[in-house]
Design a protein around this ligand. Structure first.
Ligand code: HPA
Length: 297
């Protein structure tokens, strides 16, 4: 004879760590816990969230009057294992605005779920920030793009094969079918172009095609992206931007074109080259981001 004992998880005490217990608890509850944890430690409410892509992490160190949290200390925050992706959240002043900057992010290709990848954006939404500026590295699929170009993202193609909003929708976080018509805020995009003009920084504009990765694309896949209207390809950003729109944040995105996409040049793709170009363009990129933050809506 078998006796089955059911343990009701509701009676278990809340655990404030990043353990696998998380999967048993609702996303809303985890986001609320993390927001409350941060709120207790942040004196001044930030206005703008920045996700700093590879090469741009240095900007986090330039914030003034700042408070820094290691991701591993923040309840439920995903912590990247990828080398060179520091994980810290910095709240501070930049160009007279209070911002919260993510130095490092996790990617879908690392094996994280999309709930985990987009968790920080959920927290920004719950903290009632209303603007998110995302930066990334991307391969240039547009024939006129060169390594080192900066591209204002006008729109995206979600080619990851997944969507962070798949599954039950919690109306407290956002609507079931969020509108994505102006996913990259058109007013903010105009501001970025104006700032670029003022600073003498030439800017491209185009559609970012989000891929799952981690393999780079084949030349045939890049041809497909071009046919579909994509100008740049990358392995991040799309999930975060979908969730930011779900939560009603205004979004802007800027890509650093670090390489010609597969088949666009004679060279094989190499992560070291991507990093080298991202580092070479860092100062200009930081100057642009500073200007954009100063002028953001
Ligand atoms: N493809 C995908 N992601 C990238 C690339 C690329 O060519 N360059 C930088 N991130």
């Amino acid at each position: 004879m078998y006796v089955t004992i059911y343990v009701d998880l509701c009676f278990m005490p809340p655990v404030m760590d990043n353990s696998s217990q998380d999967s048993n608890r609702s996303l809303y509850r985890r986001v609320s816990e993390t927001s409350a944890w941060l709120e207790e430690r942040i004196e001044q409410q930030p206005e703008i969230a920045l996700i700093l892509g590879s090469g741009l992490g240095a900007l986090a160190g330039e914030l003034e009057d700042d408070v820094t949290f290691a991701y591993e200390d923040i309840p439920h925050f995903p912590v990247s294992a990828v080398e060179g992706h520091a994980g810290e959240l910095v709240v501070g002043d930049l160009e007279g605005r209070r911002v919260v900057a993510m130095n490092g992010r996790v990617h879908y290709y690392e094996g994280w779920t999309l709930d985990e990848v987009t968790f920080p954006v959920r927290v920004f939404g719950m903290l009632e920030l209303d603007q998110l500026l995302v930066t990334n590295s991307a391969g240039g699929a547009h024939p006129a793009f060169d390594p080192g170009d900066l591209m204002v993202i006008s729109d995206h193609l979600n080619l990851t094969g997944d969507n962070p909003l798949r599954g039950d929708n919690d109306e407290r976080l956002g609507p079931r079918f969020p509108d994505m018509t102006d996913a990259y805020d058109s007013e903010w995009r105009e501001i970025i172009h104006r700032v670029g003009d003022e600073l003498g920084i030439e800017l491209e504009e185009g559609v970012y095609a989000g891929m799952m990765g981690p393999s780079y694309e084949t030349p045939a896949e890049i041809q497909m992206v071009q046919t579909l209207g994509g100008d740049a390809v990358g392995m991040s950003t799309v999930p975060e931007v979908i969730v930011a729109n779900h939560m009603g944040l205004r979004v802007a995105g800027i890509s650093c074109i670090t390489n010609l996409a597969a088949g666009q040049g004679d060279e094989a793709l190499d992560h070291a080259e991507v990093e080298e170009v991202a580092n070479r363009i860092r100062e200009t990129f930081i100057e642009l981001v500073r200007g954009v933050v100063a002028e953001s809506p």
